[in-house]
Design a protein around this ligand. Structure first.
Ligand code: ATP
Length: 328
């Protein structure tokens, strides 16, 4: 390997910078040149890039976002997109490409592989944790803490006003952030896609525990964590429906993009460093079309094409426990 490239794609996640740093430092130690494409796959298609040197990654381990910028890239999904991306890699003499992103970015990487002879490797970087082949994705741990900080604050005001609050968290179509932050925030209920579809016609399962809790003395606040895409119209529509159904005002708070920002927590910096370094080491061993992940504390490779299969489960123990205590 003489020259490798890295890019960050899809939703940005805290720890992406720590990962870029680890890739650059590991490659530099092995005399491999690293270029960074800007704005995800757009930079690859447009040949917008910079050669990275150790000074570029000074002081970035603690910074959220990504120095390479991230973006979606509809052009890669056009019929000629993957071939154009591969041609660009060849023209720039890139021996291997490291893609830091989610399973969508890895589908894009697989599409490029049909036209490219060099090595392609993925590193899971998304707050959603919805990538198979790794226990945690880079950014997930920080997103939980960010959500938790908000939940704790909303709890204070909910408590003071004796209100029911619904807090909507990100996660695309998975409930990892909601389950983790809901458990850690002591939420009375957690609603996420894994618990089955929720529609205006089957709200009873949610209403019953609220009414039960009202009967218990001393309960002055009630928090429901709602994963995005769990209810038509989101937490705002759900709050309105609940207000109507139970006659008590329910308020919705949508946390939104706050969850993607912020300085990465220690666990994310360590995971990002480990997986970035491991990706370069595995490229040197000849790995391709693999994702660098971590399972049970051990680094491991997982086929890129299987990362979006959705076989990873949200913690069944916590799911069972949350449902068991749901009405208290
Ligand atoms: P996150 O879920 O955190 O936002 P992600 O990587 O899953 O991250 P996506 O928006 O799904 O984010 O995908 C990122 C980019 O990957 C897309 O904008 C597109 O450029 C590329 N991509 C996704 N699927 C394909 C595909 N089937 N073919 C070609 N490119 C694709």
């Amino acid at each position: 390997l003489k020259r490798i490239a890295v890019l960050t794609s899809g939703g940005d996640a805290p720890g992406m910078n720590a990962c870029i740093r680890a890739i650059l430092l590991t490659a530099a130690a092995c005399n491999i040149e690293v270029i960074g494409f800007k704005h995800g796959f757009n930079g690859l298609l447009e040949q917008e890039y910079q050669t990275l040197h150790p000074q570029h990654v000074d002081n970035i381990i603690q910074r959220g976002g990504t120095i390479l910028k991230s973006a979606r890239c509809p052009a890669l999904e056009q019929a000629d997109g993957p071939a154009r991306a591969a041609a660009s890699l060849k023209e720039l003499n890139i021996d291997a490409l490291i893609v830091i992103g989610g399973d969508g970015s890895f589908r894009g990487t697989m599409a490029i592989s049909k036209h490219y002879d060099g090595q392609l490797i993925g590193v899971p970087g998304t707050i959603d944790n919805d990538v198979d082949g790794t226990d945690h994705t880079i950014g997930f741990a920080t997103a939980i803490d960010t959500a938790l900080d908000a939940i704790d604050k909303i709890r204070d005001t909910a408590d003071a006003f004796e209100r029911i609050f619904l807090v909507e968290l990100m996660g695309r179509h998975s409930g990892y952030i909601s389950l983790a932050a809901g458990i850690a925030g002591g939420a009375e209920q957690i609603i996420c896609p894994e618990f089955g579809p929720l529609s205006p016609d089957n709200l009873r399962a949610i209403i019953k525990p609220i009414q039960h809790a009202q009967l218990l003395k001393g309960k002055s606040s009630y928090l429901i964590v709602v994963a995005e895409h769990s209810y038509p119209g989101g937490a705002t529509a759900l709050a309105e429906a609940l207000t109507k159904a139970i006659g008590i005002e329910c308020r919705a708070c949508i946390l939104g993009h706050i969850q993607r920002g912020g300085s990465p927590v220690g666990a994310d910096r360590i995971l990002a460093t480990k997986l970035g370094a491991y990706a370069v080491e595995q490229l040197l061993q000849g790995a391709t079309l693999m994702m660098a992940g971590e399972v049970n504390g051990e680094t491991c490779l997982y086929p890129l094409e299987k990362t979006g299969d959705g076989t990873k489960q949200i913690d069944p123990f916590l799911v069972r426990w949350q449902q068991q205590i749901g009405s208290y």
